[in-house]
Each structure stands twice: as structure tokens, then as C-alpha cells.
Design a binder for this molecule. Structure first.
Ligand SMILES: [Zn+2]
Length: 173
């Protein structure tokens, strides 16, 4: 296992559309292990492979609370196949946009099709935090960030802040 660097806004790779996994093999399982290690270390509740620079449709998640046992979940080639009319708003954050949070409205319930680590197909109906998190991570696979769901004013402001910070970091490097 290896800890991987998390790409930070405005890294262009975050805008890439990730490729479907053709075969769930040892390489994918190694990627998933790295992603869990990186996600737990951050710490975060969800991670898409592109956030560690690998443009494959793989998502790791663990929504267990601090005092609960770990509950790792893997979604390979996840796809939203149904969304509810009803909406829900959650304050979202993202490991690629550290220390920034914003309210995002999304469908309250979704049905998601995905493969597990054995390559077996599943369908899951999700609500609450799981529904939000799945939509947030699937957005990543399509090069979409949660700030894209905010007003242009807010998005421009956060983009500017992170662009400045990246510039400062490269100047002092
Ligand atoms: Zn994110």
C-alpha cells in the first residue's frame, strides 16, 4: 500500500473524464488499497481515483462516524440510473478543495449501478449522506466538482483563492 498525493484545485487533471474499468484485476485492487489509505489519512469520507491522479472510474467511501467501526465501500464504474424529484441540501466539502465548504442541492435519493471488487454488478438505492456522497464522487469521474453547483460568484471566488495559493506555492518551491 502507498499513500498517494491528492490533487488540489485548480489542477487540470481534476477536470478529466475518467475511463471505465474494463477488468477488475490486481492493479485495480492495489489502486483501491492506496485510495483507502490516502482517504483515511486525509481524513475524508469519499475519494475518486482521479483525485490521486488515476483517471479510472473507481470510488472509495467510508461514512462511519468516528466512534463507529470502519465501513469501507468500493464502487467501480458507478452510474446513476435513477434520481428522485425530491431534493436535499448538504454542506459539502472536498479533499481537493481543502477547508472550503458550500451548500449543494441534489436529488435526495438515487439508484446507482456499480461493480464490486470481484467484478460483480450491484444496484443500490441510497438516501441521506450516502446519496449525496455518491453523486459528489460520480461527478468527479466526469470532471465535475461540487463548486460547479454553487453560484458563479462563489465558484469564481474559491477558484481565485486556490489559483493564487497554487501560484504562491510554485514560487516558493
Ligand atoms: Zn470531492
Amino acid at each position: 500500500m502507498a499513500l498517494r498525493d491528492i490533487l488540489i484545485l485548480p489542477d487540470k487533471r481534476l477536470r478529466q473524464v475518467s475511463q471505465p474499468v474494463k477488468k477488475v484485476d490486481a492493479g485495480i485492487r492495489a489502486l483501491v488499497e492506496d485510495m483507502f489509505e490516502t482517504m483515511y489519512e486525509a481524513p475524508g469520507i469519499g475519494l475518486a481515483a482521479i483525485q490521486v491522479g488515476t483517471p479510472k472510474r473507481v470510488v472509495t467511501m467510508d461514512l462511519a462516524k468516528k466512534d463507529e467501526p470502519k465501513s469501507p465501500q468500493v464502487f467501480i464504474n458507478p452510474e446513476v440510473v435513477w434520481t428522485s424529484e425530491e431534493k436535499a441540501t448538504y454542506e459539502e466539502g472536498c479533499l481537493s478543495i481543502p477547508e472550503y465548504y458550500g451548500d449543494v442541492e441534489r436529488p435526495a435519493r438515487v439508484k446507482v449501478k456499480y461493480l464490486d471488487l470481484e467484478g460483480k454488478s450491484h444496484e443500490l438505492e441510497a438516501s441521506g449522506l450516502l446519496a449525496t456522497c455518491l453523486q459528489h464522487e460520480i461527478d468527479h469521474l466526469n470532471g465535475v466538482l461540487f463548486i460547479d453547483h454553487l453560484s458563479k460568484l462563489k465558484r469564481d471566488r474559491v477558484l481565485k483563492k486556490f489559483t493564487k495559493a497554487a501560484k504562491r506555492a510554485s514560487e516558493t518551491a
